[in-house]
Design a protein around this ligand. Structure first.
Ligand SMILES: Cc1cc2nc3c(=O)[nH]c(=O)nc-3n(C[C@H](O)[C@H](O)[C@H](O)COP(=O)(O)OP(=O)(O)OC[C@H]3O[C@@H](n4cnc5c(N)ncnc54)[C@H](O)[C@@H]3O)c2cc1C
Length: 379
């Protein structure tokens, strides 16, 4: 009998795990994806929608699951009873498993109730309203705020750059666009080289960036620390991630699942977790995919496949929409400066870089030749 693998979540990590398991373990496993959604949405491109510079791709989960050889079940994971090998849904259904991967992502909450909080799920019209105010000359200052504790600041840079170029093209070149971020350099996670490249893009677009800045909401508006200066104009903030706090699993104080380097959930015998749901400080699609592959390797080995499970070793790959084009960013090791280029550093050159899901979504073979992992990096 194949190992019965249940994957909760049909996002980046869940689908990457599905493809990885099919590739690594073949008939030794059967995967079932449990999800409340009917579609996979390519959220990182939602940032381009208000500017008509791209759209978030929607793909039917039924199609992806069929292509990955998996079954699809509609429902939401509520609780795990690992001793009994069952996952319990919010409807009370009990789904048995031999191995479970929890890839339910993170929720989001506004850091400031009175600011415009930008999420990929927000109505593009809300941001469109801000752009119309700029076009009509009502708004002359826009602050993009990365609140303390935000796990992926890149969208703030993209929104700021695209807003500045858009204002310029509307004949409103005097609009001041500023990014306030607690990072000590722009896009700090990508290293110094990326920071320098992004600074060039920001300067060219006329976007100011204040690093080491913590924005707080007060009764009267917003202040920036250190210094206690008041923020003028419109404020657009990124949301904070909220952990899924799945009952029956080890969660940290913010509800994120605690795992080891192979994605194995602390204190369980048969449960792995990957992606934004786990207690890892950076929440990014490429990393979610790498975490999913680490978990899939462990499960494939348990199913008897000839796979040596490697621990998750983060390689950060990203694409920044600069408003004038794109910049590819990569950092393999925290001790390095990272790289930033105007040409693709990895293939396919898409925003989410995963060994399996990104070639699949780009319409390329998932494994080529069959059975070998796709090498993402271009040299
Ligand atoms: C604005 C923005 C821009 C971004 N830009 C980039 C970028 O440029 N590059 C990049 O790599 N990453 C980017 N990211 C991050 C990336 O989108 C996430 O890191 C990635 O989607 C995480 O994958 P995941 O599978 O963990 O979670 P998700 O992709 O969120 O998937 C989780 C899935 O689980 C489902 N689910 C939720 N609860 C349950 C439940 N109880 N039971 C079953 N299923 C459940 C959800 O419906 C969802 O389908 C961006 C994120 C945002 C918000």
């Amino acid at each position: 009998m194949p190992l019965n693998v249940l994957i909760a979540g049909g996002g980046v990590a869940g689908l990457e795990a599905c493809f990885a398991l099919r590739d690594l373990a073949g008939d030794r496993v059967h995967c079932t994806v449990l999800t409340p959604e009917r579609e996979f949405v390519y959220r990182p491109m939602a940032v381009a929608e208000p500017f008509a510079r791209g759209v978030a791709q929607h793909v039917a989960l039924e199609t992806i699951a069929a292509d990955a050889g998996a079954s699809l079940v509609s429902g939401e994971l509520a609780r795990v009873d690992d001793a009994a090998h069952v996952a319990i849904t919010t409807d009370g259904a009990e789904l048995p498993y031999d191995a479970l991967i929890v890839a339910v992502g993170a929720g989001s909450e506004p850091a400031f109730p009175r600011a415009l909080t930008w999420t990929p799920e927000s109505d593009a019209e809300v941001f469109g309203g801000l752009l119309r105010d700029i076009e009509e000359g009502y708004t002359k200052q826009v602050a993009f705020v990365v609140p303390v504790g935000v796990a992926w600041p890149l969208p703030a840079y993209e929104l700021a750059l695209m807003t500045a170029w858009q204002a310029d093209s509307m004949g409103q070149g005097d609009v001041e666009v500023t990014i306030y971020t607690p990072e000590s350099a722009p896009l700090q996670a990508f290293g110094l080289a990326a920071g320098a490249a992004v600074r060039e893009d920001l300067e060219e677009a006329g976007v100011r960036v204040e690093t080491d800045a913590a924005v707080h909401a007060t009764e009267h508006g917003f202040v920036v620390e250190p210094g206690g200066r008041a923020l003028a104009g419109r404020v657009v903030a990124l949301p904070r991630a909220v952990g899924p706090a799945v009952a029956g699993l080890a969660n940290d104080v913010r509800g994120f699942i605690q795992v080891d380097a192979h994605g194995k959930v602390f204190g369980t015998a048969n449960v792995w977790a990957a992606g934004d749901a786990i207690a890892f400080p950076v929440k990014q699609g490429g990393l979610a995919a790498q975490q999913a592959v680490a978990a899939a390797q462990s499960i494939a080995a348990r199913a008897g496949a000839a796979v040596h499970p490697e621990p998750f070793k983060p390689v950060l790959r990203g694409v920044l929409l600069t408003g004038r084009g794109q910049a590819w960013l990569r950092r393999a090791d925290e001790g390095t400066e990272g790289e930033a280029q105007r040409r693709a550093l990895f293939w396919p050159p898409t925003k989410i870089a995963g060994r399996y899901l990104s070639p699949y979504l780009a319409g390329e073979p998932v494994t080529a030749p069959p059975g070998q992992l796709v090498d993402l990096d271009l040299r």
